[in-house]
Design a protein around this ligand. Structure first.
Ligand SMILES: Nc1nc2c(ncn2[C@@H]2O[C@H](COP(=O)(O)OP(=O)(O)O)[C@@H](O)[C@H]2O)c(=O)[nH]1
Ligand SMILES: [Mg+2]
Length: 202
């Protein structure tokens, strides 16, 4: 996709602060520091549309970005930050699940996992919520530049196995080299085009 414009829309804490339902939405989910902001910046060819940081923020916000007046990108709050206050840790689950359950314009989600780590409870919860609410998703393995080719491939297989997915279902990405950018855009296009999966509650 040719990026003509990419703009911050708003940050929301509560559902009534979400912007009106206007464009198809893609949500980005993952642990704090996994590289969510960096991925979004690479996708839209901006250095700092989304602030990147080595010290995760303490506020839990759902951030909305308008891309080309065609798609909304939603940067969901990160989790797993060791120094986060208990209140923040407690609020994360309900806040994210509420967004996933209620946002009717949500077409799909990208779950980011650092290629060096293993999926933990939070990742399995997210996948369970995606499935429960009929949200198609893809996994993006971030920071691929941390490994040589061989080690990269063995980690892709390892994480695929741990998640019960196929290696081919995962996208390997590096914000440093920008490798994987086209594959992520391809996945986004497919998610937006894919017919809605009936929700488990319907
Ligand atoms: N080596 C490497 N570092 C990355 C990559 N993506 C993000 N980072 C670094 O990881 C840290 C967290 O990135 P950020 O995008 O803010 O993560 P977020 O908390 O998930 O939004 C920053 O120091 C980034 O520079 C990547 O692909 N490769
Ligand atoms: Mg971020």
């Amino acid at each position: 996709m040719k990026i003509l414009s990419a703009e911050f829309v708003t940050s929301a804490v509560k559902v009534d602060q979400y912007p009106e339902l206007r464009l198809p939405e893609i949500a980005f989910a993952g642990r704090s520091n996994v590289g969510k902001s960096s991925l979004i910046n690479v996708l839209v060819n901006r250095k700092r549309l989304v602030k990147t940081s080595s010290t995760p923020g303490r506020t839990q916000l759902v951030n909305f970005f308008d891309i080309n007046d065609e798609i909304t990108f939603v940067d969901l709050p990160g989790y797993g930050y060791a120094k986060a206050p208990k209140r923040v840790v407690r609020e994360w689950g309900p806040m994210v699940e509420r967004y996933l359950a209620e946002r009717r314009s949500l077409k799909g989600a990208l779950l980011l996992i650092d290629i060096r780590r293993s999926p933990r409870e939070d990742e399995f919860n997210l996948i369970e919520w995606f499935r429960a609410h009929g949200i198609p998703f893809r996994v993006v393995l971030t920071k691929a530049d941390k490994f040589s080719n061989n080690k990269r491939q063995s980690n892709v297989s390892r994480i695929a196995k741990e998640l019960g997915l196929k290696s081919s279902e995962m996208i390997v990405f590096s914000a440093l080299s920008r490798s994987g950018r086209e594959e992520v855009w391809q996945a986004i296009t497919e998610l937006i085009g894919s017919p809605a999966v009936p929700s488990a509650q319907e």
